[in-house]
Design a protein around this ligand. Structure first.
Ligand code: PLP
Length: 405
């Protein structure tokens, strides 16, 4: 009999910097569920958990693809009809200098591939703070240190240009712009995009424009795509089916590389090398890309109407509740209220789950300026559910911190 292996298998030390607060809280919630309580989930940005449905014509297209035998591997960068549709969509967004297009397993995989294809050890990438934690998790896997720039709450969560300037060093290779933003719901102004473009030109930075929520603009603003105002700046614009097209479980996302052809060519080759090394994105689901981008967009009218009403309810609650204030979100389905409490926002969130079974995510899981505290709300649930959740949070705060500040 071989001796039993008893030594502990330690995980790689680089994982110490991987944090994903949104899903990490699941352990606390599991305990509460085991005790027989039902959780009100205001923590995960999945519209399918609520009263939103994937458009039927997209489902038909995937079903047909499966029946037609499109069940083998796809080309590494994606099927032709999807790539053509994504190019068309990019052109409609005003992107005129498209150099490459590829389909991935969600925007998540585009981010993994595009960051890995760019960054050498010792180099860095500017990411927003607060940020969507995927970026810092990918950077941790690549053993790249964080270099965050602030979003300015006093300026409607626009990027803080002065901070970006301070953070650009010769080792900085790129900058991430999440627009519309997760977790704040802000939408970048054209002037801001132009200012970032100017910095990118001056310092030879690649811009990663995460525009996965670009059709979920809640007011009368026009979404302006970064690459449309900066056709010469090397840019990867991310988009996908998860949010605008209500199909997050299909894991379909894409990247559009734009800029001067000769400048981006070696980088495009690097990206494609990585695309080839991992076979392909889900194949039948790629047949929904063209129907999604070129077919009826009616669902968006309904989605935006629901989100607008739920956003208004959320902001009204925040701004009428002691210790809570909130910049009104203009896009996506997140609000990032500030809270004035005498303890860490992580404790606030954990206790809220345990005592009121409402799940939100703490600001320290996304990053925030020292001394400030926040939590992120996903305002996808219907008005009745949100009202119930906000009443519970209000009661929790009154009991725990008293009536006034
Ligand atoms: C800003 C942002 N980028 C990317 C993603 C990941 O999207 P996907 O489902 O396409 O991987 C999310 C998901 O919440 C997101 O909020």
């Amino acid at each position: 009999m071989p001796a039993t292996q008893s030594r502990e298998i330690t995980a790689a030390s680089r994982l110490e910097r991987v944090r994903y607060a949104i899903r990490d809280l699941a352990c606390v919630a599991d305990e509460v569920v085991k005790q027989g309580h039902k959780i009100l989930p205001l923590n995960i940005g999945d519209p399918l958990n609520f009263d939103f449905q994937t458009p039927a014509h997209m489902i038909e297209a995937v079903y047909k693809a499966m029946k037609d035998g499109k069940n083998g591997y796809a080309p590494s960068s994606g099927i032709k009809e999807a790539l053509d549709a994504i190019r068309g969509e990019a052109a409609r967004k005003g992107i005129t200098t498209i150099q490459d297009v590829f389909v991935t397993s969600g925007v998540s995989e585009s981010v993994e591939i595009c960051l890995a294809a760019l960054l050498n050890p010792g180099e860095n990438l500017l990411t927003p703070s607060p940020d969507y934690p995927l970026y810092s998790a990918v950077l941790a896997k690549l053993e790249i240190g964080l270099n965050t720039y602030d979003l300015n709450e006093e300026d409607g969560w626009q990027p803080e240009l002065e901070d970006i300037k301070r953070k650009i060093t010769p080792r900085a290779r790129g900058i991430v712009l999440i627009n519309p933003n997760n977790p704040t719901g802000s939408v970048c102004t054209r002037a801001m995009l132009e200012a970032v473009a100017e910095l990118a030109r001056r310092h030879n930075l690649v811009v990663f424009a995460d525009e996965i929520y670009d059709k979920l603009i809640l007011d009368d603003d026009q979404h302006v795509s970064f690459a449309s105002v900066a056709p010469d700046v090397p840019t990867v614009t991310f988009g996908g089916l998860s949010k605008n097209y209500l199909a997050p479980g299909w894991r379909i996302g894409w990247g559009v590389v734009s800029g001067e052809p000769s400048a981006v060519a070696p980088y495009v080759e690097g990206v494609n090398k990585l695309l080839r090394s991992r076979l392909c994105a889900n194949h039948p689901e790629q047949y929904a890309i063209r129907p999604a981008l070129e077919g009826p967009q009616d669902h968006l009218i309904e989605v935006r109407k629901k989100l607008r009403s739920r956003r208004d309810l959320t902001v009204n609650w925040c701004n009428s509740t002691p210790r809570v204030s909130c910049v009104s979100p203009r896009g996506a389905f997140y609000a990032y209220p500030r809270i004035d409490i005498p303890e860490d926002d992580e404790i606030f969130v954990r206790e809220l789950i345990k005592q009121k079974y409402v799940m939100v995510v703490h600001g320290s899981g996304f990053g925030q300026k020292p001394g400030t505290k926040h939590f992120r709300i996903v305002f996808l649930p219907d008005e009745a559910t949100l009202t119930k959740a906000y009443n519970a949070i209000g009661e929790f705060m009154r009991d725990r911190y008293g009536k006034s500040v």
